[in-house]
Design a protein around this ligand. Sequence first.
Ligand code: FES
Ligand SMILES: [Fe+2]
Length: 460
Amino acid sequence: MATAHVGGYRPGLVDLKTGQISREIFVNEDIYAEEQERVFARAWLYVGHESQVPNPGDFFVSGMGEESVILTRDRAGQVRVFLNSCRHRGMKVCRYDEGNTTVFTCPYHGWSYGTDGRLVGVPYFREAYHSQLDRLQWGLVEVAQTCVHKGTVWATWDKDAPPFLEYLGDFARYLDQMFDSWDGSDGGTEILGGVQKWLVPSNWKFPAENFSGDSYHNISHRSVDMVGAGPSGSGRRDMPELNLARKLHIAIPDRGHQTTAYLLPREVEVPAGYQHSPVVSDYFKKCEEARRQQRGDWGRLITLVGEVFPSMAFLARQPRTIAVWHPRGPHQTEVWRWFLVDKNAPQDVKNFLRDYYIRYSGPAGMTEQDDMENWGYAHKASRGTIARRYSYSYEQGMGTEVDNYEWEGFSLPGSVTDLTQAKSSEHNLRNLYRRWAEFMEASDWDELASWRRAQRAAAE
Ligand code: FES
Ligand SMILES: [Fe+2]
């Protein structure tokens, strides 16, 4: 039995040798405060999609960890991300969810900022400040780095963080399965409809581990499978061809990203789905043919679900969606969900998908409210003085992952567990928490970017 822990993080709370993780990392307030500093202030975080700010002056208010941020396109057309807090007394400068503006005017005393963040207006600048205030020094706080990757916008507060693509490492190949156009064009993607936002009464790591690859929780969704809410109308993922595929957990060990994917045999066509709507079914059939032609072996890989460390998750098939787990204290998470669609998809298809996505996902979606019930009750039942003495078990499938997984001549980057026989493994979850512990323990990015040390050592 683990002893009760008072105080903040310490090594050993995540013990991957025994496969045990202390409940403290979910419920402890000191650890929560530390992870804001050590994880959320240093990692790359998903902010939004370029299609939300197509024109100069467009803005979308997003979040990074606990901070409110403004994603905007400045007059020169550049995508920028600013802390949504006035430099004078901290007021939330922009209180709208989205819109278009030439300046952000603070509602408290009226300082105003350009879309490039510069302080451009100070009431009584001459009279009250005697023209002495150095306006150049008092612009909005900007993130240290921004990256637009295939339409998605990412940012970090840490100037020492590696560039975003290096942060992704080999995971980019898996993630791009979702971000690249599916129809074979280079039209890109756009956000379908608005962003869903809701609160869940659990620590943010419950949804993060669920999307990292909790292949074990099918019982949670049994009721949905019974009523048949899937794209074909008779099951959540009713694609018999998948029975011929390898089901894989894939983790990028030194980065903390992970996904669950199917790898289809060469001779099997990818099923189109949505058989009840011929227009949509035909559209996806064409998309799948294009994917196969353009992507070679990667076209046989169907990425289902995954997590970019720490708090961005995705479903890469149907629905095709991005989620962010915004921490709101140790005991609460604000979930935001974006839905993606190919920009060039016919309007009929977009309309159909919007209805289907809302039915499937989100606070009223048939497969998400059941998950949330589990996270909320699990969290609550773990908070007590007695409960938190007992670690959780993450022992499933320990040691079964391989580094150079290959099937039918296609070798996949990352550390892979083949679930085809085993059905489930907690390999991806361990990968998430290994990285989380590294962030909690490392003093800077030099330590966190272990792959650079390995490269340097190899070069010497
Ligand atoms: S807080 Fe914004 S102008 Fe005073
Ligand atoms: Fe689920």
